[in-house]
Design a protein around this ligand. Sequence first.
Ligand SMILES: [Zn+2]
Length: 643
Amino acid sequence: MTDHPAPLSLPTSDWESWLAARCEGNLDEVRRLAATLADASGSRSSEQTLGLWDGLGLALREALAVASLMSNVHPDEDVRSRAEQGEQDAARLETAIGQDRALYEVLAALDTEGLDDAARRVHELTMRDFRRAGVDRDERVRQRLREISERETSVGQEFDKSIRDDVRSVRVDPAVLDGLPTDFVEGHPPGDDGLVEVTTEYPDYVPFMTFCRDRTARQALVTEFLNRAYPANEPLLHELLELRREHARLLGYDGWPAFDAEVKMIGSGPAIPEFVDRITEASGVAARRDVDVLLRRLQRDHPQVTSVTAVDRSFYGEVLRRENFEVDAREVRRYFEFAKVRQGLLDVTGRLFEVEYVEVPDAPTWHTDVTTYDVLRGGQRLGRIHLDLHPRKGKYGHAAQFDLSPGLRGRRLAEGVLVCNFSRSLMEHDHVVTLFHEFGHLVHHVLAGGQDWTRFSGVATEWDFVEAPSQMLEEWAWDAAVLRSFATDADGSPIPRELVESMRAAKDFGKGAYVRTQMFYAALAYQLHQQVPDDITATMLDLQAAYDAFSPVPDTHFFASFGHLHGYGSGYYTYMWSLVIAKDLFSAFDRDDLFDTSVAHRYRDRVLAPGGSRDAADLVADFLGRPYDFAAFQAWLDDEDPA
Ligand SMILES: [Zn+2]
């Protein structure tokens, strides 16, 4: 049964031992393969050498996947700590492998003449990785690079942990909840002191900032929210930025952005601020219009206010949507009951990509909230997915896809996990969009799980392309025909078509300002890494003034909880870069029939399934029949009246 690999068997108890054995087993396999490769006594063909090398990469990736997932989701703190240790062990070994001269020499000496294109690409990428790891530098430099990598990993983990653990709250009079949805009010009874606790976790924060009519209470909560992990993360961020700059300079780059961008679609460090400025320019008119409208409406209630900040942004955005587009989010969320949304998502993507999801109710998982499905096509199992969608203590606080196992044709079943923090009852439509987005990563991971090389398996394309498939899938969560297939209220009536049209118009309201805020974040991530400033707060405020359409909330330190500074480094521009491409990809679909499977299947086969086997620009060109461009994105920005 070589073409039907089995799923990973997860334990029913004693996760700590299982995790330790899994990580150690994988890392021992890495060491064993490294020793075999470095031993030149046996004669091997180029294919065999590359095969061993790819097996080494597989074992490393498997160790990292499980450790990273468990450190973020396991309910038991001891297991999470063991997983963090596994991540550190794997990262340390990865660094050592990347700098191993004996391995480098074996692979550099490989005769690539007889290799096929895929194997030759694996070899080229491997040589590039070795160079970027500093294998050709002298021992002193390599030693320092090892120290830096190790410290980068642990500082990054501490940075993430401060954000995760720093849940803050405000206590408010129950009357302040006036205007919030009934289920929110019911879920927040007053305590012994007669006050209600509202936390900075998303299921509290998002509805509170959207619906709470009490401006002082919003100010209090947003101030807590934007100060999460402050001041704890400030020295950690300083250290991380300095480590990364030193890291890049030791390898001959002028700074971290140049090093990082070399392996992205964008290609070079200076191309990042050029892109940011190009998008800022393109969105200028739309952004000014958006903020003017918000400010005028805000001043009707609060004439003394002269600028729009995060205190009022969501609330008045919602007020205007209700007044101008007749979209009331409380009315909208009646149609998004969690269980129906989850099933709807599976039905929609199943139809689109021609797969079937079959629940595996007895599959062991790390928490009872997790639901597991096998992904089948034509009765054959392509992968397995685990959906972990509700908040709990100690769990990753955002929404993301994690790998559990990379897929390889005939050898490994692709397994992936969605980790989100959604309500168990009614969902905001924003969260429905997030669910589609994250599921886009998951389906990419599974559909690209049929490659022969680990290097190409799953979401293995350039990092500034990886958001495009997810951003494109968001379009399905805004389509009336798609939503009406699952979004029904308690009586079973589907969401009205006109309401969805108004929601779309309301969504596009504010897009100029949204783009500018994103460019502020992108400029912040780039400039912090390029300049490595002494005063991070001052740099943040300068860049907010230059790029954002909104003003800062006084005495807040958003950078301390900006987790992407760790995960994406200087590459936050990625989201907008991907969106430019997502808009272009979407232009190939028939907007009046998003279930047109001929386009969807071509997209699946030419963009998703190839994983990292070709450059993203080539995948996109293969699907579109031309190179990508900015036209669809610019048209979206310029479209003033989307309704
Ligand atoms: Zn994403």
